[in-house]
Design a protein around this ligand. Structure first.
Ligand SMILES: [Cu+2]
Length: 291
């Protein structure tokens, strides 16, 4: 009796505790800069526009899996309805609760398992291993470090020397040095950090994903790119765009990461090489201060 009353009391207090603590949590968070640019691309009921060269493979896989699941759904639904009708209780016939021992049902179950193993081991794992292991090697590949935090995306470019300056949490200044660049490092002087993600449309891009606090997920729907951002890890993800992909798009966080998760987005600008070079020069003029 006593245990039950404590349980009920705790249940009743849950909304009170939530309301009392959430203003504190809200006060501790930073928010992403609002996106004012018009977002390009037509978003309909099906998948968003596909701007990456690898996107059609992912779309094909999604389509195949949906048809496969639809076939399974219809097959199992027919089987269920057939069992409900055939083995129901009716005058002169008692309901049968025995487990199915029929061979065809077992054969279908085994076939489903085999198809799923083939999909996973034959297609999914090799495809994913190839994507993860074969990074672009062209000399003009763009490298960007993407640092997630509650609730914003930070983008760190290595600048003209192509080498990232050293970073560390002791150098973080939330206003001007969100990724914590160590200004005493010789490679740090030309580094650029921004809240907007700019890339030239004609070059492969490697993003190195990490996080300052909790697990986030770096998601660019129009490029079919999604990678978890995990504190303490730097995980590469890469893409090549189709020609003519220039425009404004959104980067989203695809992992529930706290109160303002819904607002954790950034503007992605895919632009011509000339515009990108001009933007990078201008962004590099902003001064960085350590805390
Ligand atoms: Cu997030």
């Amino acid at each position: 009796m006593r245990v039950r009353s404590i349980g009920l009391w705790a249940l009743a207090m849950t909304p009170v505790v939530f309301l009392a603590t959430s203003p504190v949590a809200w006060a501790q968070t930073s928010t992403a800069a609002p996106i004012t640019a018009k977002i390009d691309g037509k978003y309909g009921y099906w998948l968003p526009p596909d701007l990456s060269q690898h996107g059609s493979q992912i779309d094909n896989l999604i389509t195949i899996l949906h048809w496969f699941m639809a076939a399974l759904f219809v097959g199992w639904a027919i089987f269920l309805v057939r069992c409900l009708i055939r083995y129901r209780a009716r005058p002169g016939h008692a309901a049968c609760y025995d487990l199915i021992k029929a061979r065809p049902a077992k054969a279908v179950e085994v076939a489903v398992v085999i198809v799923e193993i083939v999909l996973l081991a034959g297609f999914s794992i090799p495809a994913w291993a190839k994507v993860k292991n074969d990074l672009p090697t062209e000399a003009d590949t763009i490298r960007v470090r993407v640092v997630a935090e509650q609730f914003a995306w930070n983008f760190h470019y290595p600048g003209k020397d192509g080498i990232f300056g050293r970073t560390g949490p002791q150098h973080v200044n939330p206003a001007t040095n969100a990724v914590g660049i160590d200004l005493s490092d010789e490679h740090a002087g030309d580094d650029v950090q921004t809240k907007e993600f700019h890339v030239p449309s004609d070059k492969p891009v490697i993003c190195e994903i990490s996080s300052k606090d909790v697990i986030h997920s770096f998601s660019i729907p129009v490029l079919r790119v999604k990678q978890d951002a995990i504190p303490g890890m730097r995980i590469p993800v890469w893409f090549r765009m189709k020609p003519g992909s220039e425009g404004n798009y959104e980067v989203a966080c695809a992992q529930l990461c706290g109160n303002n998760h819904y607002n954790m987005k950034a503007l992605m600008v895919i632009e011509t090489p000339e515009k990108f070079a001009a933007w990078l020069t201008k962004a590099g003029e902003k001064e960085i201060f350590e805390d």
